[in-house]
Design a protein around this ligand. Sequence first.
Ligand SMILES: O=C(O)CCC(=O)C(=O)O
Ligand SMILES: [Fe+2]
Length: 372
Amino acid sequence: MPSLTLPEIPHYVADPPTQESLDFADLAVIDLSKSCTPEGRVALTREVHDALRIQGFFYVVNHGWSKAQVDRIFDVADHSFTSVELEEKRKLAFQPEQGSYLGYKLPRYWEIESKHGTLDQVEHYSINKDMHQRAHPEPLQPLLPEIEAFIAHNQNNILLPLLRLLAASLELPENTFADMHKMEDYSESATLLEYPNLPSPSYPRSEDEEQKTKNVRLKGHTDYGSLTLLWSQPVGGLQVLSSHDGKWRWVRHIDNALVINGGDALNFFSGGYYTSTIHRVVQPPADQRERVRLGVFFFCMPSDGIRLAPLGESPVLRREGLNKLPEGAVIPLVEDWRKGRSSQYGRVTLKQSMEDGVEEDVVAGVVVRQYN
Ligand SMILES: O=C(O)CCC(=O)C(=O)O
Ligand SMILES: [Fe+2]
């Protein structure tokens, strides 16, 4: 991508990081450049293992792209919302009822709080890893080669090395997880551009809504894929539920880093050894309250035809007694799981669970929880 030839689009100016003194989660920083040597991989295997077992979230740095390249992707993300007319967004709208998030999601579609039926105010544009399957809006046409290079970077330089470390951490053959995430197999691994998560001039969030949701923008949940790659951006709001003391802690921004967490698919494959981490999004800290939270993600999903069962051949899972499911346990297919999760999210009435502050729903025969 020679920078001199990039099409001109407005530069998105990111806000400064918060200066508030917050209770930040203490997350490990994984230097991915170490994965080039065998000794480095041994060290990183342990680091990723510990990060997923203890916090469930970690940062990745030295992933091979410069800050300028990453800033440019935020320009592209911003452009995909600010330069596309509502009518074109509607034509390219996502189809969650058919189990797909690909395309534009407009605000006020999900119920984010059940008692008063408060709706979300988030806009998404979700692009599959095979980006040529669907049409893209006119203003993005000149930028498609850059988006393609970005997807390839997420897939080849971040996801695959991490999946190899994960396989090593379970003493499995190196490509066990990588083979489940092949570029050419169908899955809905997607680059998600997210905007603006409010407040925004077009969708103001009223004081009344803030009260009803207790300042929560996205309820506590687990992601349903294998790994979520979130490109760190300065406007706060993301919080992780610490499993050791049950407290919500803020995720701090690190420039040119990724924030990574494990999702339900990894939980299934590891028999619960790597539990999917509960997280939520709240109103930004006081000094960033009026700021737009522009998000860039790569949500990773195993291929559709795979069964979400524990990898019983893992010596680690055997030693832990996690290699087998109890008699009669449901083993969903990835396709049913992702379609069920995407069509039901925010659209079905949740049941109060036995646990306080927890609501639940059943997807593909499996109980899914949301945490208030
Ligand atoms: O906006 C964020 O930082 C996280 C959003 C999130 O958790 C999700 O989309 O699954
Ligand atoms: Fe999430």
